[in-house]
Write a protein of this length. Structure first.
Length: 253
């Protein structure tokens, strides 16, 4: 297999959570362009349908499953739907997540818990469900954040804690499932990208961070999606248990 052929996903099935908007849509498009069929999961059925239409315009198949990843039962149903529709699951992109910016002395237990349940618990339940049916050579990519590695001048205790937890979870699942099941588990830690989340920041916030971005700009969704496709592909076949920061150098500045 040539180097370029290693980046193809023909006859493969990729499950993307959080596929109704933002970076999840970029991931779905990238894998469809690489030849994969997609199972698209999120809580918003109308927006999932739009993502599915985009995938089908590339000539690939798409199946949508309304899913709340905080429910282990719904994660299992998501994977069951993938098996019933396509007969296999080769890649899981654990992308579903939310972010908050609440000062630590004012954050309520409900606010903190809701972030942890989606970002950390949801990642675990989806990975657990997928790994139960995956064959050797499959891959799980958990989307964490550089805020699991550093800070960015906002009060984000819940978000940062959840994303740091995803990094630890990634390492542990890699060591559990690498030898026993032949499944690679890695994480990607995005910096700041054009998305629904960054669109909500106050004017001037992203500009204030640019001195810490060694490349002097925020990223584009395609730049992040390309890294995720590589990490899920046979081209990264000897990479597991790692967290790859895609942040323009911000986490080392």
């Amino acid at each position: 297999m040539s180097i370029l052929e290693q980046f193809r996903f023909d006859d493969k099935v990729v499950v993307v959570t959080g596929a109704s908007s933002g970076l999840g849509v970029a991931f779905a498009r990238a894998f469809a362009e690489a030849g994969a069929d997609l199972v698209l999961a999120a809580r918003r059925a109308d927006k999932l349908a739009a993502t599915a239409n985009m995938v089908e315009e590339t000539g690939q198949r798409a199946h949508t499953v309304v899913t709340d990843v905080t429910s282990p039962q719904e994660c299992t149903a998501m994977i069951d739907a993938a098996i019933d529709t396509f007969g296999r699951v080769d890649v899981l992109i654990n992308n579903a997540g939310i972010g908050t910016a609440v000062p630590a002395l004012r954050e309520t237990p409900e606010q903190f818990t809701s972030v942890m349940e989606i970002n950390l618990h949801g990642t675990y339940w989806a990975a657990q469900a997928a790994a139960s049916v995956m064959e050797p050579g499959s891959a799980i990519i958990n989307i964490t954040s550089i805020l699991g590695l550093t800070t960015a001048a906002l009060p984000q205790a819940a978000y940062s804690s959840s994303k740091a937890g995803v990094i630890g979870l990634t390492r542990d699942l890699a060591q559990q499932w690498g030898t026993r099941k032949g499944i690679r588990v890695n994480a990607v830690a995005p910096g700041f990208f054009e998305s629904e989340m960054t669109a909500q920041y106050k004017p001037g916030y992203l500009e204030s961070l640019q001195p810490r971005m060694l490349l002097g700009r925020i990223g584009t969704p395609d730049e992040l999606a390309a890294t995720v496709v590589w990490l899920a592909s046979p081209a990264a076949g000897y990479v597991t248990g790692q967290t790859i920061a895609v942040d323009g150098g911000m986490s080392i500045a």
